[in-house]
Design a binder for this molecule. Structure first.
Ligand SMILES: [Zn+2]
Length: 422
């Protein structure tokens, strides 16, 4: 219990998290609310929702929010301590003036602009621990804004902070797409299209840009989402991402650069590859790059064996190869392009799907991919490390099955100007 004196030493900073205002036209779905429906209060275990969307939609939203919150609290390892109060607005015409007058003017303004706002008040002793937080969400009913804002509210209530802008907004975007058991990319189509139409934004400009702020633009949110999604899902980075996030939420002195600085080149490479190959269903965990395998130069005697899995992205062949040389190839085994699909050899289907294909990695650059199949020999377009995979749409790898063993040896040395690097 707090007495009057200690109450006087409390401070109550207000943290505000706003969401993107202007989204592209195609991002807006048709409103599903009953016209002239007056706002009603709906409650679930963790949410108290005042909204003018229909009863069915409101109950659907609450159940989505509850399952999202379960994943969110599982991820951050903290149970939600307090109900999250939300105003979700479909059409202002449904809201009486008297009710609007009781809301935060900033909240109303954000929703009018097509976005949302979460206002968190944190009580704590000066310089001491945060002791209590509350959060109120204002959100348009559209484009998963309630979900996005609910993540801010969860962080605000349970950590008293949501971390720096790139993390806070990136994770709110990641979290709003979370569905149980789903690991693939499921961001809006307009987000993917936008990202692939741009030159990749440098990572430093996402994490260290003092001019960027919450609520700035949906395009900036898209870049924050890419980074947080990749770091959270890619096997090379995910183990460090959660502790980094926990420290950022606790306002400890950590930073992206400090945690990932030594892996900067690897992250940059995988980030660019993710942007290039991204499509709905893309799995960062299955496409994590293999940085550990040692590559060797194959000879006629020393053949290198690799086991290539149908459901993974580019995988190390273990062979360091040179353009001009001809390599021997033996493939053994089968794979399928769906759970009960037809068994295929390294030649794949007539369409070329399911075929064994290669790509050359050299100093963080990739060649174009090229066909290998089950021929007895093959050549490569440039010098470097050979990576292999089963050709399939990037968003459809997860249901593939099977392994093909690949043995690579040297068949014939070509002529080359320099022996550098052999
Ligand atoms: Zn936000």
């Amino acid at each position: 219990m707090l007495n009057q004196n200690s109450l006087r030493s409390l401070l109550t900073p207000i943290l505000i998290f706003a969401t993107v205002l202007a989204l592209p036209e195609q991002a807006f779905s048709q409103g599903t609310a009953d016209r002239n429906a007056s706002p009603q209060l709906y409650k679930s275990r963790n949410f108290s929702l005042m909204t003018d969307i229909s009863k069915d939609d409101a109950e659907g939203l609450l159940s989505q929010l509850e399952s999202m919150l379960k994943l969110v609290s599982g991820y951050w390892g903290r149970r939600n301590r307090k109900p999250i109060r939300m105003f979700v607005i479909d059409d202002f015409a449904n809201w009486p003036q008297s009710q609007l007058a009781q809301m935060s003017p900033d909240g109303v303004q954000s929703v009018r602009g097509g976005g949302g706002l979460t206002i968190t008040s944190v009580k704590g002793f000066v310089g001491g621990p945060k002791i209590d937080s509350e959060a109120i969400v204002y959100a348009t009913s559209k484009h998963k804004t309630p979900q996005h804002e609910a993540i801010h509210a969860y962080c605000g209530i349970n950590f008293g902070s949501t971390g720096p802008v790139w993390y806070s907004e990136g994770m709110a975007e990641v979290g709003k797409y979370w569905r149980d058991g789903e690991k693939g990319v499921n961001a809006g189509e307009y987000v993917i299209q936008y990202l692939q139409s741009q030159d990749p934004k440098p990572l430093g400009a996402i994490v260290n840009n003092p001019l960027e702020r919450t609520g700035d633009s949906w395009q900036n949110y898209a870049w924050r989402w890419v980074l947080c999604h990749m770091l959270g899902a890619n096997k090379n980075y995910s183990a460090r991402f959660k502790p980094l996030g926990m420290a950022l939420l606790a306002d400890k002195h950590v930073s992206f650069d400090r945690v990932y600085g030594a892996q900067a080149k690897e992250i940059e490479f995988e980030y660019q590859l993710f942007l290039k190959d991204m499509e709905p269903g893309y799995r960062c965990d299955l496409c994590s790059w293999n940085w550990k395998t040692k590559f060797r130069v194959p000879s006629s005697k020393t053949k290198l064996l690799a086991k290539i899995r149908a459901e993974s992205g580019w995988q190390a062949s273990r062979a360091k190869v040179f353009s001009g040389d001809t390599y021997s190839l033996e493939t053994k085994g089968n794979w399928t392009l769906s759970k009960d699909g037809e068994l295929l050899t390294a030649n794949g289907e007539a369409s070329g799907e399911g075929q064994l294909v290669g790509i050359i990695f050299d100093d963080y650059e990739l060649s174009d991919s090229f066909e290998i199949g089950e021929n007895e020999s093959f050549t490569v377009p440039r010098d470097g490390q050979l990576f292999l995979r089963c050709r399939d749409k990037w968003g459809e790898l997860a249901d593939n099955n099977g392994v093909i063993e690949v043995r690579i040896g040297l068949l014939e040395k070509g002529e080359r100007v320099s022996e550098k690097g052999r």
